[in-house]
Design a protein. Structure first.
Ligand code: UDP
Length: 341
């Protein structure tokens, strides 16, 4: 059945892939975005767009006046681990206060379903190689804390107000829609795969790997990369779960395979056929040594199967996007401009 969905942060990286999947699945979509990172060009013509900020309750009133919405997807958050350590105020204001504003606006409008973007960063340095949902939470940085606080708030809102929610702890979202029209483009770009590809393109010389003295196979951090469309397909399945079962649910989303930062560079060399110069710098504050998901619960409860689990296939989609005409005008040149300054 077609539903009316509000997507907060729908112009951003994961949000824009979700918007396309929702439209392909026959749902009506309204996007709420402050365009601090999102791109107008990432939005298809057949969605309504409301420009506004979650920290502005009046903007949220405007958004919900465009409803009623059957459910909200909430992707609008600050996401850089390193920045959160130096600017925790920004992270708590945007990711906690902003999300609380959203929850209260939902309650005011009688909307009781939300799918929330959480993160593997809530686990800190794990005690087991694979992290399942029962693993203890111990964030190492304000970004992780902001998401863990929201998971707690969602659990409390389920109890007190009957708000239904699904939180997805993404491990490392990566890749791009294979069609080449949308993909990852942050400004400044802080993530490993786009930084590697910008380096391969010669746009950003001087790729730096943050630390090679971790207790891992080659000393660099280990991450579990999951294709952005596979993240989106789990989110779609969450609609049915919220219908079937009230409460606050949480799932870890990854492929269950860990790659060191050097493995990822090797995969990029293979896929691009380019030289990728890099140097090793100091550790980045707030980084966990290793984050790899056990996603058995998502596979079982959501009947979810990743379609692009291989790091090389994920890398290929990212590379296709970085070379696509759609990418150039709003990402490469802006990044080059910033570096030139
Ligand atoms: N990283 C790096 N150089 C970069 C960007 C990231 O060495 O230019 C490392 C980072 O320290 C971490 C891994 O790559 O070990 C993944 O970082 P990213 O920011 O992509 O995602 P996160 O795991 O923080 O969500």
């Amino acid at each position: 059945m077609s539903q009316n969905i509000l997507v907060c942060g729908g112009a951003g990286y994961i949000g824009s892939h979700m918007v396309r999947l929702l439209r392909r699945s026959g749902h009506a979509v309204t996007v709420f975005d402050n365009f601090s990172q999102g791109h107008q060009a990432a939005l298809p013509d057949d969605v309504s767009v409301i420009e506004g900020d979650l920290c502005d309750p009046q903007a949220l009133v405007r958004a919900f006046a465009a409803g009623p919405f059957d459910a909200v997807y909430h992707f609008a958050a600050l996401i850089s681990v390193g920045e959160s350590v130096t600017a925790p105020d920004l992270y708590y204001r945007n990711n906690v206060v902003g999300a609380l504003n959203l929850l209260d606006a939902m309650r005011g409008a009688g909307c009781d379903r939300i799918v929330f973007s959480s993160t593997a960063a809530i686990f800190g340095n794990p005690e087991t190689d694979l992290i399942d949902e029962s693993h203890r939470r111990a964030p190492l940085n304000p970004y992780g804390w902001s998401k863990l606080m929201m998971e707690q708030i969602l659990a409390d809102y389920a109890q007190a107000f009957g708000v239904r929610s699904v939180s997805f702890r993404y491990f490392n979202a990566a890749g791009a829609d294979p069609a080449g029209a949308i993909g990852e483009a942050h400004d400044p770009e802080t993530h490993l795969i786009p930084n590697i590809l910008l380096s391969a393109m010669g746009v950003r010389p001087g790729l730096e790997i943050f630390g090679d003295d971790y207790d891992t196979r080659d000393g660099t951090c280990v991450r579990d990369y999951i294709h952005v469309n596979d993240i989106a397909s789990a989110h779609l399945a969450a609609l049915d779960l919220m219908d079937a079962e009230p409460g606050a649910h949480a799932f870890n989303l990854g492929n269950g395979r860990g790659f060191t930062n050097l493995d990822v560079i090797d995969a990029a060399r293979e896929v691009t056929g380019r030289d990728i110069p890099m140097r090793v710098g100091p550790r980045r504050p707030g980084d966990a040594a290793m984050l790899v998901a056990d996603s058995t619960k998502a596979r079982n409860r959501l009947d979810w199967t990743p379609e692009l689990p291989d790091i090389r296939d994920i890398m290929k989609t990212a590379w296709t996007w970085h070379q696509a005409p759609a990418y150039g005008p709003f990402a490469v040149e802006r990044t080059a401009e910033r570096i030139a300054k």
